[in-house]
Ligand binder design. Structure first.
Ligand code: PRP
Length: 207
């Protein structure tokens, strides 16, 4: 019997694409996998245990070793700088991080404000640009901030661009492209190396 692997999967947008990729790589995931409300799903045929977590928390589970592997957006990895190995670019859930705001507006000269779910990424970006800004951390619906006068700009994920468009916002700068990555706990990487390499190889073939 092969040793069990625990995999942290992000609930939400990435989940479906990640599950599809695992299936394409030959892993048999049961149909109920896709719309279950369970947070721990054992797939005995493959000796996998899946933990369904918030996207922002995947790397935390992997860093602490309660999951051997995880699928995490590069946005989260840039923001959190966790002690995990990023072993594969899965090339799914492509999007990018951008600076956006109301059209035809300049940043406030005196105390420019930037709202974001990614305070570290945003702070590093504006520091590199030589601009001093106040970062306001929000947990979602970031596009609200400039509409209601909370901030001059936002730093957020753009996927189809619909959210910006429907809220009358425009992009000012692109920060970086984002895809999902396969991450591994450093200890698991050593002690479960055979099974992990097997998954990395199987996934590499179908990316
Ligand atoms: C993300 C992101 C944008 C939106 C971009 O939010 O923060 O708001 O998706 O997608 P689009 O370019 O295709 O419109 P999400 O839906 O994950 O929810 P949130 O606002 O609660 O973070």
């Amino acid at each position: 019997m092969t040793e069990q692997l625990t995999i942290a999967m992000p609930k939400g947008r990435i989940f479906q694409e990640a599950a599809e990729l695992l299936r394409k790589a030959g892993y048999r995931l049961p149909p109920e996998f896709d719309d279950s409300r369970k947070l721990i799903i054992d797939v005995e045929e493959e000796n996998f245990r899946f933990i369904l977590s918030k996207p922002m928390d995947v790397a935390t589970y992997v860093e602490h070793g309660v999951a051997d592997l995880g699928i995490a957006g590069k946005d989260v990895l840039l923001e959190e700088e966790r002690d995990v190995y990023e072993v594969l670019d899965l090339k799914i859930s492509g999007c990018y991080l951008a600076v956006a705001g109301l059209p035809g507006t300049k940043m406030n000269d005196v105390a420019p404000k930037v709202a974001t779910k990614y305070p570290n990424v945003a702070a590093a970006y504006f520091r590199e640009q030589g601009e001093q800004v106040e970062i306001i951390k929000l947990n979602g619906s970031i596009e609200l901030a400039p509409l209601i006068g909370l901030s001059d700009r936002i730093v957020d994920i753009v996927s189809t661009g619909r959210t910006l468009k429907e809220n009358g916002l425009v992009e000012y700068e692109t920060i970086t492209a984002i895809t999902s990555r396969l991450i591994v706990n450093p200890v698991s990487y050593r002690i479960k190396d055979e099974r992990i390499s097997e998954i990395v190889n199987a996934l590499s073939k179908v990316i």
